[in-house]
Design a protein around this ligand. Sequence first.
Ligand code: NAD
Length: 258
Amino acid sequence: MILSGKTALVVGVANKNSIAWGIAEALLREGAKVALTYQNERVEGRVRDLAKSFDPELPCFQLDATNDEEIATTMKGVGEAFGGKLDMLVHSVAFAKKEDLAGGMVETSADGFKLAQEISAYTLISLTRGALPLMQAAGGGSILTLTYLGSEKVIPNYNVMGICKASLEATTRYLAWDLGKHNVRVNAVSAGPIKTLAARGIAGFSSVLEKVEEKAPLGRNVTTDEVGNAGLFLLSPWSSGITGEVLYVDCGYHIMGM
Ligand code: NAD
């Protein structure tokens, strides 16, 4: 098992359909010790149940990623659970107001723009900063975030989130540059569309799934397991020479021009 003896913090599990859960399952399968977070009490029960389905002792922490105190408390708890060291961090977090994921881009409010950027892009920086001392203690680390094609191509209704993903991908590269000296790598998986809680907030999401099935070279949509396995690759020593990269896991959809 490639990750035996390694430790991971996975941020962004809401339920069993979450991409973060697909990644957590892949990490657990390969022998990693995993800690999960839940955003608030509303999802706590579901996340704890998923954790227990693997290991009743699996650490879970409440973490709103925009709350610096909760980041500090989580990293302290992770340090205590994992002997002061952390090898891997998964950032699988995004949010925009429903009204900013439909209709005219020109209607986007300043508040909606700032909120979406803070949660969907800035939190990669704040979580990385929180995890860095534990990764330095481990002699290095690997960080993974989740992005989408809407960062570089227009996907109708994805609107403000497309801008957030462009910002997130640039953040991935700048963090990779900054943290290479600590032997910390930072990469992103650009996943094809998957029916999750977050995806349901995007107007017309089902038609996106249909388009991919119709046009992607593999003629289908990706599964959470496939994204989990690609995430595992980027988080593990198998990808030790890769940093600042965006890896598409979308059945090839992004290569198509027509
Ligand atoms: P999801 O709803 O299962 O996960 C989104 C997570 O973000 C949830 O766990 C939610 O609690 C968390 N979150 C939102 N605001 C937060 C905050 N302030 N603090 C902490 N956590 C917060 O949906 P998902 O599709 O698994 O999304 C995970 C990531 O994958 C997102 O970045 C999303 O943009 C990206 N992604 C999704 C798709 C897709 O089609 N589902 C495709 C490409 C990329």
